[in-house]
Design a binder for this molecule. Sequence first.
Ligand code: ADP
Ligand code: MG
Length: 745
Amino acid sequence: MRYADGVAAADGALDRPIGKVAPRLGPKFEALGVHVAGDLLRYYPRRYADPSRLTDIAGLEIDEKASIVAEVRSSSGVLRARTSGKLRVEAQVTDGHAVLHLAFFAQREGMAKAFAAQMRPGRRGLFTGKVGWFNGRAQLANPAVVWFDADDEGAAIEHAERPIPVYPASATLDSAKIATTVQVVLDGLRDGDVPDPVPAEVRQERGYGELLPALRRLHRPETEQDWRVAQQRQRYEEAFVLQAELARRRVRAAAQAAVARPPVPGGLLDAFDARLPFALTAGQREVGEQIAQEIARPVPMQRLLQGEVGSGKTVVALRAMLQVVDAGGQAALLAPTEVLAAQHARSLRALLGDLAEGGLLGGAEHGTRVTLLTGSVTGAARRTALLDAASGAAGIVVGTHALLEKNVQFAELGLVVVDEQHRFGVEQRDALRAKAAAQPHLLAMTATPIPRTVAMTVFGDLETSVLRELPAGRSPITSFVVPADLPAWMARTWVRVREEVDKGGRAYVVCPRITGDDADGADLVEPGAATLGDQGAAARRPPRAVLEVADELRGLDELAGVGIGVLHGKLPPEDKDRALADFAAGRTPVLVSTTVVEVGVDVPEATAMVILDADLFGVSQLHQLRGRVGRGTAPGVCLLVSGARPGTPGDDRLRTVAETLDGFALAQFDLEQRREGDVLGASQSGAASSLRLLRVARDGDLIEQARTDARAVVEADPELVGHPALRAAIDQLLAGERDEFLDRA
Ligand code: ADP
Ligand code: MG
């Protein structure tokens, strides 16, 4: 087959099942996600070992998966355990200073002997395995070994100066075997055999070389320079393919007709503006104007609105919804949790006053209706809500995932607003948009500041607007780190809570878990927040739990007579609502809670946020939690209670959060700290898993270039007729994304 780019495909060579390429290793490669020969070409080394540089053994960490360049010092010969009769070989390797113990266990004597024979003192090799702790010392059990001297072993390599690729391996398939198999595939390919997703003219413009030589340098570099240059090229390829897909989505959505919803003078929006008790901030006006113009056009708006907690996004969204309602359409607001959906419905109704009582007795003349539809709205209320949505009686329908269900229909859906967009996948967003006859306008919102490069990667098909200033009259928040193991500090914390309550304030006390024996409670904390480096965290007592802490606070002298409420995700919805209402009304001015209060919960009287085991939370999450206080006129205080030792990553995170209120600065810090999959969010992991070399925290410029290039290519040729290799790469990306989505569903 011949591609239009003029590149000959290797007559199916890349499509050969991996089981044919490496007959006995097939299933082991499948387990690593390598199905055909072509997959192997992009199964890149994780890093490269330098045979001329010995690894610092003293710097190894327990439980770390390590590849160590070292020299054999001694070997025990074959040992047989007295009772079990099991065979093992013990050996020591060294970096010239420290010594690392190796233990090799074998079923058969022949294997043990072979290993012992290889372990000749003075020999240098690459030892890969998990660093364990045994008998009071670090030990590598059953390491995979690549020797650096030319030897008769199959795994030996010819040139000891070459960087050694270290592949992400599995327990049954080590790096050396992967390397050998990759070589087999590479050796069978000729120039032009591997179609390049990056068009030649783009490649030339950016100064990148041909694909196959780059892959050869990545998998079998002769110098460090080789793999570095090749890696950069493949990073660009990843960015380019992803951006091409995003550009395609953008072009496709823009090509669909939307219903123009121009402002209607004298309508609900004007009535709403006239009664708004405050002046819009400059940012709200500016973004509002931009949105108003976009939804007035017959092209679907695709906009992401970022704004810190309390920056007034809801008002901006409501004004857009009213413009659509005035023009004869309906708006749907999709929220990630029941608590948030209910709160949105409440605050929209409160903002609208009698404008939200359309069709009801006493409603303003042109009023509309705000309808709530969540999983817990059942029976007659549900039938009414479904009817309101389907008949158009409800101009605004607020809900959770329940809105996506098949039986939910709209008369004339004109605008979809997605709150906390990062909690939804693209599929969910599109499922809701599919309920409209014409493509509805889309306004996505997020209170999590997203660094620009992440926004380009995750929301690359959306234009972004940012609300930077908070409405006037917002109170300052001061933050402190409180050492959990100093009783005087803890007592002072509860005294402070008491003082806030006595002044008429409210205090949140957030815990990582619900109950002491809550096995899946860790899910409540963002994955990847605590790292292995947080040694203190692993060793100490289990994280604090809501129910336990609530009991404890009820027994404290400092809080005698203060009502203490409880809120967590496993409560029935009516209990959640009651807990929030009791808290808001001041019946229980202290609310012990999980992170369900993280997003959007709005109680203006809240002035204190106490976060227990704060070091287990991620930076953005802490910032979000802190945003729950200082929403009224009284100043807020945030107390970050933690047992993390000074200098640990957990402690660093807390100090950083305590030092700044700038959400974008914190988001950037967070990004640099975290793993890629976590950065892009669970719901976006389909795209994330396609990124092997690209790091959005580091590769912003590259992503920007790739986006410019990809948009140009896609705009000139939306169906990519002239770029079959790019189309194939995108299909593969989408197949991965679909698999992930199906896995989750
Ligand atoms: P966000 O959704 O961005 O977290 P909200 O829209 O919920 O923020 O606004 C937070 C609070 O500030 C709400 O009580 C809202 O009524 C109020 N608010 C919004 N805009 C303004 C403004 N321009 N001036 C004063 N208060 C405002
Ligand atoms: Mg909000």
